[in-house]
Design a protein around this ligand. Structure first.
Ligand SMILES: Nc1ncnc2c1ncn2[C@@H]1O[C@H](COP(=O)(O)OP(=O)(O)OP(=O)(O)O)[C@@H](O)[C@H]1O
Length: 254
């Protein structure tokens, strides 16, 4: 059976948000993402992508509209449950790693949720194995390379066994092999993925569907290959493919 079901994992309706200085970043975002989908969130600098992502687990709140995760409204009442279900991997792994060892960083979330002993250790091992970092458990995160720290940051989020994995620029600063290995990891996971990226070939490789956020609204929603092949649409939203890259020659992901 197709793992993508009609049940929405994430629903955003009429989300509008202005920062305290009055800058309006979102103007009524509507999007629905089904369970098990992998979706790329594209858009030019300043479009509102990070602002939107920060609403998905309640880091930002207080605007108009609603965000619903697996049927639960994002808000104070369900915050612990929402944070367990929606894991965000930030662009800079150093925002996520602050403990003396990799093991402690990965254990942090489940331990804060009350997990202890062998169950906690098994959870940590599983998350580190998923990202190929099991043998680094006793190392200090700041002794690792950037790409290794990005993998550990992904593991800290996977350790919470989220339903929705949100990644902000996951391929940035990765060498080609690390970039491909991270793609393989993401493809192997049984979670809903929303990936913010300026790396359009990566979006095409990994995400069958893409959304274009532009000036605080969803300007397009469709198969990634079709959107990237639409020159007028791309031009209108300041999106450019790398020189010589033809989306039609790349086998889009499924
Ligand atoms: N803390 C803040 N206070 C005021 N305005 C902000 C704040 N953070 C972001 N903005 C503004 O909100 C708008 C959307 O920013 P956001 O970071 O969400 O865009 P983005 O699509 O993620 O951009 P990028 O691709 O450059 O990361 C921008 O105009 C930005 O200047």
């Amino acid at each position: 059976m197709d793992p993508v079901t009609a049940a929405p994992s994430l629903e955003v309706a009429g989300l509008a948000f202005a920062y305290p200085d009055g800058h309006q970043a979102l103007f009524g975002v509507d999007m629905t993402i089904g369970r098990g989908e992998r979706v790329a969130l594209l858009g030019p600098n300043g479009a509102g992508k990070t602002t939107l992502v920060l609403h998905l687990n309640g880091i930002l709140t207080g605007g108009a509209g609603t965000v619903t995760v697996a049927g639960l409204p994002v808000g104070k009442k369900h915050m612990a449950e929402i944070r367990r279900r929606v894991g965000i991997v930030f662009q800079d792994p150093d925002d996520q790693l602050f403990m003396p060892t990799v093991r402690e960083d990965v254990a942090f979330g489940p331990a804060a949720a009350g997990m202890r002993g062998p169950e906690l250790e098994a959870r940590v091992q599983k998350a580190l194995s998923l990202v190929g970092m099991a043998e680094f458990a006793d190392r200090p995160p700041h002794h690792l390379s950037f790409g290794q720290r990005r993998r550990v940051a992904v593991a800290t989020v996977l350790a919470m066994e989220p339903e929705i994995l949100v990644l902000d620029e996951p391929s940035s600063n990765l060498d080609p092999a690390s970039r491909r290995e991270l793609a393989d990891i993401l493809r192997s996971l049984d979670v809903t993925v929303l990936m913010v990226t300026h790396d359009l070939p990566y979006a095409l490789e990994l995400c069958p569907r893409a959304l274009i956020l532009s000036e605080g609204v969803i300007a397009a929603d469709g198969p990634t290959g079709e959107l990237l092949g639409d020159e007028d649409l791309m031009g209108a939203h300041r999106l450019e493919l790398p020189f010589g890259f033809d989306p039609k020659t790349v086998k889009a992901s499924r």
